[in-house]
Design a protein around this ligand. Structure first.
Ligand SMILES: *Cc1c(COP(=O)(O)O)cnc(C)c1O
Length: 389
């Protein structure tokens, strides 16, 4: 099976050696726009491309407001602050995520509370969330309290894992019942929709990432999405050192952050947004290829959950057990086909090991059996072949 997989990937990406897990593609206006910023001398936090990039992301996602930041982690940090997360409080989230989700919680001097994920979406499970709240928490008008220590739970932070939308409507219902603001970590989900609506636009706030390995990149970058005009204004203020607008005076009315995306990076982002529909199409075609290969070999391929359209940011296969996963990782990486497991779950990391949690059985099983496989959007000349295969 493994040798056949290696052959299949080599046939799919004939030009790449080694075959990367995910490489960005710059075959549009990237160079032109980046050079424009250099020629204009506006390369830093002031410049037309930042506003244009925000407008393009808002139009594409349908978010009323989009605020660009230096990276996705910074976007999450500010989104959590704006959702009301304060020192000593908790944020309900999934252990199955990239470390940035938990780090952003800690930047607010708060702690994560881990609830299990669904085996179908790989994201926060509404039933597990409800069970955790019912069995371990006390309701309160300004957010539940964890019964063990009486500390407030300030927000719920699901993540759209690998671009597969979580059961967002069901999560929103539970959160509404418990007076919990919901913030979406949609870092991996640009181009993913649930019920036709873009990931990251359901909660009070949502965040995106444009790191080098994401579906589009600005080198480094992130975005805060919200439909709330007041929160958007606060986000813009906090990410620009809380400086009062004035032609020459430097006056700041609180401790702000230097989190604004530079114009140079936003120029790259504007060009990448033009290619995004093409990338999503190419990645969905590639996913179709993997799905057929997996079906032929009796393996589970992670399909988009029913009622959603995933961007298939990173394709994933499920193997039978941890030993098979280890063998698969060794053989493929030895053969120049880059694969990797999901992240070590957050409750296994030393800084988050003591955080309260439920049993996390699904999280443990997925972390032990899922493998991410090469997922770069295919070059244009291969897209049609991939779609037709
Ligand atoms: C990429 C990512 C982020 C943000 O990462 P940055 O590198 O700071 O842009 C946050 N959460 C998840 C789940 C991610 O995959």
């Amino acid at each position: 099976m493994i040798d056949d997989f290696i052959r299949f990937v080599r046939d799919t990406f004939p030009a790449a050696d080694p075959v990367p897990l995910h490489a960005p593609r710059f075959d549009g206006n990237e160079k032109r726009y980046v050079c424009e910023t250099i020629d204009s001398s506006y390369v830093s936090s002031v410049g037309a491309f930042v506003n244009e990039f925000e407008a393009r992301v808002a139009a594409y996602t349908g978010a009323a407001h989009a605020i660009a930041t230096v990276n996705g982690t910074a976007a999450l940090h500010i989104a959590l602050k704006l959702a009301g997360v304060a020192p000593g409080e908790y944020v309900l989230t999934q252990s199955l995520s990239f470390v940035a989700t938990c780090n952003a919680i800690r930047y607010c001097d708060a702690d994560p509370l881990f609830v299990d994920v669904s085996p179908d979406t790989l994201g926060l499970c509404p039933h597990a969330l409800e069970a955790f709240l019912d069995s371990r928490c006390t309701p309160h008008p300004d957010g539940p309290r964890l019964r063990d220590d009486g500390r407030r739970i300030a927000a719920c932070l699901p993540m759209h894992t690998l671009g597969h939308p979580v059961q967002i409507e069901a999560l929103l219902e539970v959160c509404e019942d418990w007076n919990l603001p919901l913030v979406e970590d949609a870092a991996e989900a640009l181009g993913s929709r649930a019920g036709g609506r873009h990931a990251g636009t359901f909660g009070r706030l949502g965040t995106l990432s444009f790191n080098g390995n994401k579906i589009i990149t600005t080198g480094g970058g992130g975005m805060i999405l919200t439909k709330d005009a007041a929160l958007a204004a606060r986000a813009r203020h906090l990410t620009t050192t809380a400086k009062r607008p004035h032609r020459w005076a430097f006056e700041h009315d609180e401790v702000g952050y230097n989190y604004r995306l530079p114009n140079l990076n936003a120029a790259l982002g504007c060009a990448q947004m033009e290619s995004l529909p093409r990338f999503v199409q190419a990645k969905r075609a590639l996913a179709g290829r993997y799905a057929r290969w997996a079906a032929d070999h009796g393996l589970r391929f992670i399909h988009e959950p029913p009622g959603t359209q995933a961007n298939y940011w990173l394709n994933a296969l499920q193997l039978s057990d941890r030993a098979t996963l280890e063998r698969f990782l060794t053989a493929t990486n030895d053969a120049g086909v880059m694969t990797r497991p999901l992240w070590t779950p957050m409750h296994r990391l030393p800084m988050y090991a003591d955080c309260p949690r439920d049993a996390l059985a699904v999280t443990e099983h997925l972390a032990a059996t899922l493998v991410n496989v090469p997922s770069s959007p295919l070059p244009v000349d291969l897209e049609h072949g991939a779609a037709a295969a």
